[in-house]
Design a protein around this ligand. Structure first.
Ligand SMILES: Nc1nc2c(ncn2[C@@H]2O[C@H](COP(=O)(O)OP(=O)(O)OP(=O)(O)O)[C@@H](O)[C@H]2O)c(=O)[nH]1
Ligand SMILES: [Mg+2]
Length: 665
């Protein structure tokens, strides 16, 4: 059977969960339509989701349309939970991007559409809530064409928009404006179609245009736009027909070697680890051995698949499908299962979290329980990026925002019985290497106490390039385990640069390498004091690397958001100085009738303060959109983060001695 793994994506509150519920109902999986407002949907199952009426975790449900199994993945829209969307993107065959007919294109809509296009994920757009007062689907179609993608075509018309009786009629062959638009759009992208049309316009029959539309949609070159209401069900039949007609299905090779990806981690009823896997090729049966990541193959002890709305026990999962697998105890999000695919799920598509905070247990006896609980949460959400300070035993987590913080707090209490408070949220900075720097420590030359020679050169790398490690010495000059120890330590050390912040992009070259071969005294036993071990390289590498970085110099950068702020004209006089006090840099102020559009940049750490002050500054009428833009050098003195987290004190002293020596030269 063919499958379609379909993501439902949108800005918060656009109606993804309601649409998922409506689809399940209309295809016959559920008899009763669940409701977000009553807390009775199939996908918002966490107590917190039901209480708050927002989606926090992605959830998979499934139904059959004709001969296609559709696995539907409902995702959260709140930007604090973007990590959930990120994990899902790598396993999608198609997407429905939901936009509210009232609010129109919103900041997260733009972020998502940009990513869907970049990843070439076939996408249908659904303009939802046509029944709500203020709905204006035609305006939204125009906004989509202006702000998201020019390659759009409205697939139907809406009558009585903005009323409970709003209804939708799909366009057909008799709608000349529609067929003209199809010809325009499709012939503009396809030379054969264009040539045929020029030779004889009647040669482009309506069925041929629809086939061409499906082909172009399948290659993510065109985004058809549907409209309707998840609540009344208007327009949803046309969307369902569009899903089967226009989105490409996959039929994986069930006999090929196993190849899949872990895209989520959950905990089972007894607290056991459960991996959600999308299988691209092959078949995994219960009691098969599966390789996950770089680890040895492990026994798959149970398989459950989502089928016809329910999560059911299965004996196997086949290519194309999504399943929950038990037994993969070391699995992490993004791990390949079996043969790694080029299209792995671990890529970074959205901006990383830019905030962090220290989590403090309400009762100090809960310290160990808190750490264990956070380790579990970090498995499910690796971007939390858990860090423990070895000396002060403080636990720090990275965050997207205040809502995520509240959710972590509530989850720790509800699921683990651990009450926590947070220190003040601070901004995560990064360090960028300024120049080129080299350092070397030679074996048996003071003050180097380790049996290793390590020379390293660091140089700047372009933003987003990551850390590269190259050998400037012969590969055969040292056992591979020692090179591996150096590379691994380089990568770990770069998580904390000279000011304590991560250095995400950097070129590191190993310029010198040396060791003492395994030596024995005459009686034949291995003598550690005369033979190099990987530990010598692990201890020495951070010292040499920090010395090289000191010479190269690093500069601290802070995350900056772009903002657009719509405000009444008469508040500008008080607003603009307030923005300046928040370190905002204005790039544009434009009048739009009686209101003004102010845009600019603001440090990520001050966005929340701006949100809090906005109602008072704009009489509650200001509408703010912000989005991560980039990292910029900080103005003024560089903020220092507590560092050397995992280094024993003596190593720090030693390191400082070397750095002082380098600095003094
Ligand atoms: N009138 C009307 N209300 C809708 C429609 N779809 C959703 N809503 C309402 O909009 C609110 C948000 O709906 P959800 O389905 O939770 O939206 P969501 O996109 O899943 O939200 P998040 O997952 O939190 O991002 C709820 O109060 C729904 O009842 C619709 O078609 N018409
Ligand atoms: Mg939702």
């Amino acid at each position: 059977m063919k499958t379609l793994n379909l993501g439902i994506l949108a800005h918060v509150d656009a109606g993804k969960t309601s649409l998922t519920e409506r689809l399940l109902h209309d295809v016959g999986v559920t008899d009763q339509l669940g409701s977000v407002d009553a807390g009775s949907t199939r996908t918002d199952t966490l107590a917190l989701e039901r209480q708050r009426g927002i989606t926090i975790r992605s959830a998979v449900v499934s139904f059959v349309l004709d001969d296609v199994t559709v696995n539907l993945i409902d995702t959260p829209g709140h930007p604090d939970f973007i990590a959930e969307v990120e994990r899902v993107l790598g396993v999608l065959d198609g997407a429905v991007l939901v936009i509210s007919a009232v609010e129109g294109v919103q900041p997260q809509t733009r972020v998502l559409m940009r990513t869907l296009r970049r990843l070439r994920i076939p996408t249908l757009i659904f303009i939802n809530k046509v029944d709500r007062a203020g709905a204006d689907p035609e305006r939204v179609v125009r906004a989509v064409a202006e702000k998201l993608t020019e390659a759009v075509v409205a697939m139907g018309s809406v009558a009585a928009a903005g009323t409970r009786g709003a209804h939708c009629t799909p366009y057909g062959p008799a709608d000349v404006a529609f067929t003209d638009r199809l010809v325009d759009l499709l012939a503009g992208q396809d030379d054969t179609l264009l040539a045929d049309w020029v030779a004889d316009p009647s040669s482009l029959s309506y069925p041929r245009l629809r086939r061409a539309l499906a082909a172009r949609t399948g290659r993510a070159l065109v985004q058809p736009v549907f409209a309707g209401s998840a609540i009344t069900g208007a327009g949803v039949d046309a969307l369902i027909a569009g899903i089967t007609e226009l989105l490409p299905t996959v039929q994986g090779d069930v006999d090929a070697p196993v190849s899949g990806t872990v895209f989520a981690i959950e905990r089972g009823p007894a607290g056991e680890k459960v991996a959600l896997v999308r299988l691209f090729a092959g078949t995994i049966r219960v009691r098969d051995r599966a390789r996950v990541g770089a680890a040895d193959a492990v026994l798959v002890t149970a398989v459950r698949v989502v089928a016809h709305g329910a999560d059911v026990v299965a004996s196997a999962v086949e290519a194309g499908h999504i399943a929950r697998l038990w037994g993969l105890t070391d699995a992490r999000i993004g791990d390949p299962v079996g043969v790694p695919l080029a299209r792995a799920g671990a890529d970074r598509h959205f901006a990383p979290p830019t905030l962090e905070t220290v989590v403090v247990p309400a009762r100090s006896v809960d310290r160990v329980a808190l750490h264990a609980a956070l380790v579990q949460l970090a498995e499910q959400d690796p971007l939390i990026n858990l860090r423990q300070d070895d000396r002060q035993h403080e636990i720090t987590v990275s965050l997207y925002g205040e809502v995520q913080k509240e959710v972590i707090q509530a989850t720790l209490v509800d699921d683990f019985g651990v009450g926590v408070t947070f220190r003040e949220t601070s901004t995560v900075h990064v360090e960028r290497v300024c120049g080129v720097g080299e350092a070397v420590e030679v074996i048996a030359v003071a003050p180097n106490p380790f049996l290793a020679t390590v020379g390293l050169r660091v140089a700047p790398a372009p933003t987003g390039a990551g850390v590269s490690f190259r050998l400037g010495v012969e590969l055969g000059s040292m056992p591979p385990a020692f090179f591996a120890a150096v590379e691994e330590t380089v990568r770990r050390t770069l998580r904390q640069g000279l000011h304590g912040w991560e250095i995400p992009d950097c070129e590191v070259t190993m310029t010198q390498a040396g060791y003492w071969a395994r030596q024995s005294h005459s009686h034949g036993t291995f003598d550690k004091s005369m033979s190099s071990t990987a530990g010598d390289f692990r201890h020495l590498t951070p010292l040499v690397l920090m010395a090289a970085l000191t010479r190269a110099g690093t500069r601290v950068h802070e995350p900056v958001h772009r903002f657009r702020l719509e405000v009444p004209g008469d508040v500008l006089g008080t607003l603009l100085p307030a923005l300046t006090r928040l370190d905002a840099v204005l790039t544009d102020t434009t009048g739009q009738g009686s209101s003004y559009l102010v845009s600019g940049e603001i440090p990520a750490g001050l966005v929340h303060a701006l949100e809090r002050r906005l109602p008072a500054l704009t009489r509650g009428e200001g509408v703010l959109e912000t989005e991560f833009d980039s990292y910029r050098p900080v103005r003024g003195p560089a903020p220092v983060r507590a560092r050397w987290d995992n280094n024993p004190l003596d190593r720090k002293e030693y390191l400082l001695a070397i750095v002082r020596r380098v600095g003094g030269r």
